[in-house]
Design a protein around this ligand. Structure first.
Ligand SMILES: [Zn+2]
Length: 328
């Protein structure tokens, strides 16, 4: 099979030929139909997860069709369409997405920038109805990650004001999910094009950072979702929170940011991290999509063969796309 390998920090992806992997006990082989190219693939490439992770086949936002089953697998059949939950974690882990034994597809083990991938069968999620493969792929991470941040971590309630910083592959979907939850949404970006998209996706206001405070209002935001990899925006997120606000950090940066305890105390701010998503988040965003409440066309418009993996990374780095989807 063909696969894209990231050989070392800073290196381009290399297209290689590999044997088709065989599923072991409890595993299934998935013929990959679609895999999104995400900001965390850029983070991986620049060494954000550590140089010791490489070489690896990236790809953690994927969907496909079950192609072969290892011994002892029940509840799945060859030919089933599945979304892949990228984390393999023992059942006694503190949370499905956390714990010392988390193994991430596309970071810790080979991922889905490949024609086939073998995964633990329990990490595969069959949608209740057929879903377009590229859509099913991006529903996992691009939509599941902000869903997790807004629903599980921030617990957004109808009528709250949610500020979304950064309208990329994650932030754009934070906008539409916050809207679907009944929140008033203010989106913040430097890009006019992204601000226009945020309005289309349901933001009441979409503004540049210098206008954010006015757009949010004097009470400040109830929830700020920080989706960009930027310590300056981490600090801005704290500044925009009102009394009792929840500040949710989603865009991971390895650089520190400054915060004053007096700011956190006087406004009783909760600064929270939100890491990825869980299988339940995937199931719920699939249902939201099937109910017509979550769009993915802004994420799936650019589809490329594996050969163009480096172009997909470059498009993302240059801000020309929110996502590309590789279709092996
Ligand atoms: Zn991702």
């Amino acid at each position: 099979m063909r696969a894209l390998v990231l050989p070392a920090v800073g290196a381009p992806l290399e297209l290689v030929d590999r044997p088709v992997p065989e599923p072991g006990p409890g595993e299934a082989r998935v013929r990959v139909q679609a895999c999104g190219v995400c900001g965390s693939d850029l983070f991986l490439q620049k060494g954000g997860f550590g140089a010791d992770k490489l070489p690896v086949v990236p790809g953690h936002e994927a969907a496909g069709v079950v192609d072969a089953l290892g011994p002892g697998v029940s509840g799945l059949r060859v030919g089933d369409q599945v979304a892949i939950y990228y984390i393999d974690n023992p059942p006694d882990a503190p949370r499905p997405n956390l714990g010392p034994a988390v193994r991430r597809m596309g970071v810790d083990v080979d991922g889905a920038f490949a024609e086939y991938v073998v995964r633990p069968a329990r990490t595969l999620i069959a949608p209740p109805k057929p879903v377009d493969p590229a859509t099913l792929a991006v529903l996992t991470d691009a939509v599941g990650t902000p869903y997790h941040a807004l629903v599980r971590i921030a617990r957004v309630r109808p009528g709250e004001t949610v500020a979304v910083l950064g309208v990329g592959g994650i932030g754009s979907n934070a906008v539409q999910i916050a809207r679907a939850l009944g929140a008033r949404v203010v989106a913040v970006s430097r890009s006019e094009e992204k601000l226009a998209l945020a309005r289309e996706l349901g933001a009441e206001a979409a503004v540049r950072m210098d206008e954010a405070r006015d757009a949010i209002g004097s009470a400040g935001a109830d929830v700020v979702v920080q989706c960009a990899e930027s310590p300056a925006l981490d600090e801005a997120a704290i500044a925009l929170g009102g009394y009792g606000a929840r500040i949710v950090l989603v865009g991971a940066s390895v650089e520190p940011f400054a915060a004053r305890s007096s700011d956190l105390i006087w406004r009783e701010l909760a600064v929270m991290g939100s890491r990825g998503f869980t299988p339940d988040d995937i199931r719920e965003v699939i249902d939201l999509h099937l109910a017509g409440r979550v769009r993915t066309d802004h994420l799936t418009a650019v589809q490329r063969p594996l050969e163009e993996g480096n172009d997909a990374l470059e498009d993302l780095r240059a801000g020309r796309v929110l996502r590309s989807v590789l279709v092996p």
